[in-house]
Write a protein of this length. Structure first.
Length: 150
């Protein structure tokens, strides 16, 4: 047996029990004091409506998320892989954070070849650069099929 909230002719909300008997189809005025049975019925109706609405929201959000993921995946498939770098290419050709780029320039590193010849210990010795910077550089260089020494 399911209960349903309906709008009457006056616009008032009423509770109607769906079952076979005419007595159970009598609308209940939700503004009047209710018996425990009526309260339970009302709570059941409200819970069912909330559950249906929540399910609809989850379905809508899930569909939107899937659409975004699909669009991003298609965009990634269409994008060209990173170009290969030569030893003579300037370090500005790769997406290095500005802070790291400035520190490398202070060290005299201008080309990809100079960067790949460096050891991780050389970079760790530079003030303002640490293990996080080394990891970033290694990840970025790996995208281009390169790596640092040591």
């Amino acid at each position: 047996m399911h209960d349903t909230l309906i709008n009457g002719q006056t616009g008032d909300r009423a509770l109607v029990r769906r079952s076979g008997s005419d007595e159970s189809r009598k609308p209940l005025d939700v503004r009047q004091p209710r018996t425990d049975s009526q309260q339970e019925q009302l709570e059941g109706v409200v819970a069912e409506l909330v559950a249906r609405q929540a399910e609809a929201i989850v379905e809508t959000i899930s569909a939107r998320i899937l659409q975004r993921i699909s669009a991003e995946f298609r965009a990634l498939e269409r994008s060209a892989p990173p170009t290969m770098l030569s030893e003579a290419d300037p370090i500005e050709r790769i997406p290095i954070p500005t802070r790291v780029m400035k520190a490398l320039r202070r060290l005299g590193v201008r080309t990809i070849g100079q960067l790949t010849e460096m050891r991780e210990e050389d970079i760790l010795g530079v003030p303002s650069l640490g293990e996080g910077s080394v990891r970033q550089l290694n990840r970025i260089l790996a995208l281009y099929g390169r790596k640092m020494n040591g």
